[in-house]
Write a protein that binds this ligand. Structure first.
Ligand SMILES: [Mg+2]
Length: 274
């Protein structure tokens, strides 16, 4: 059973014969198989500024071919879906982004139904922030179903005022507020992550088997949801591909069925699926 196999961290990007055999089974029935993957750190090497991230041309080629053969190829990312599309550059795959709140396919962005009732409230908060905090120097990023107010470029005092303002508005409007480094974000108060994204895609496209490739903590939600879907009998087979890195959590390897090194290792897995 792929789900119960023990893996060891591999020191080179070269997969062993047993791992290749695991993938061989998938290519026999691509029409019932879904390939779900993280983007940053998995398809695109991590760089110091996210704007500079790039998916290597070789990988894009592989993804395009896979999307022609497989039931579903989807990129699942914390980025806005338009950013995810911009990064991968392929119109023919599905993008699940904005922390699991929106899907982009065939040129249309769709907010998940559970989050839709909060769209107006997020927009109201965004507008209030633009009126009140914009003049103070805060940057209000257009993100649709989530709102991000950046205060990195203002004084500490104004930064604190931004956080207080957004917290108070979030409470009034019933939104969840999170504070990051130089940014305060508002989002619908419902669970949405890479795990809920995986479940939604599996339920909608109904593959017999699904795999997920990822490198970071938020990808563990996807690994664990795949395992639950298999236990529930929704999926016959799952495969978790962990991309090992110095910054990633150890679980991305210990909870994986196959562990690879970096984006090169991912390319090798994708190639073996064709
Ligand atoms: Mg990542």
């Amino acid at each position: 059973m792929p789900g119960t196999r023990q893996v060891e961290r591999v020191s080179s990007p070269v997969m062993d014969g047993e791992e290749r055999n695991l993938l061989a089974a998938w290519k026999k029935d691509p029409g019932s198989s879904a390939i779900l993957t993280d983007i940053d750190g998995t398809l695109a090497p991590i760089v110091s500024t996210p704007d500079m991230a790039e998916v290597p041309a070789e990988l894009k080629k592989l993804l395009r071919r896979l999307s022609e053969e497989y039931l579903l190829v989807a990129g699942i990312s914390g980025r806005k879906t338009e950013d995810a599309l911009g990064l991968v550059g392929l119109e023919d795959i599905v993008y699940f982004g904005n922390h699991g709140f929106e899907i982009l396919r065939d040129g249309e962005v769709e907010v998940i139904p559970d989050a839709l009732p909060y769209l107006e409230k997020v927009q109201e908060l965004e507008q209030r922030a633009r009126d009140e905090l914009g003049p103070l120097g805060a940057f209000i990023e257009e993100k649709g179903i989530t709102a991000s107010i950046h205060y990195r470029n203002v004084s500490r005092e104004i930064g604190e005022r931004c956080v207080e303002f957004v917290k108070a508005e979030g409470e009034r409007l019933g939104l969840r507020i999170t504070v990051g480094r130089g940014v305060v974000e508002a989002r619908p108060p419902i669970r949405a992550d890479k795990g809920t994204a995986v479940r939604r895609l599996v339920e909608e496209y109904a593959p017999k088997r699904a795999m997920f490739l990822g490198d970071d903590t938020t990808d563990l939600d996807a690994f664990r949801e795949l395992e639950r879907l298999r236990e529930e009998g929704v999926l016959e087979e799952v495969l978790r591909v962990g991309v090992a890195s110095d910054e990633g959590p150890p679980e991305i390897v210990t909870e994986a069925d196959i562990a690879v090194e970096g984006v090169d290792g991912v390319g090798e897995v994708l190639e073996a699926l064709l």
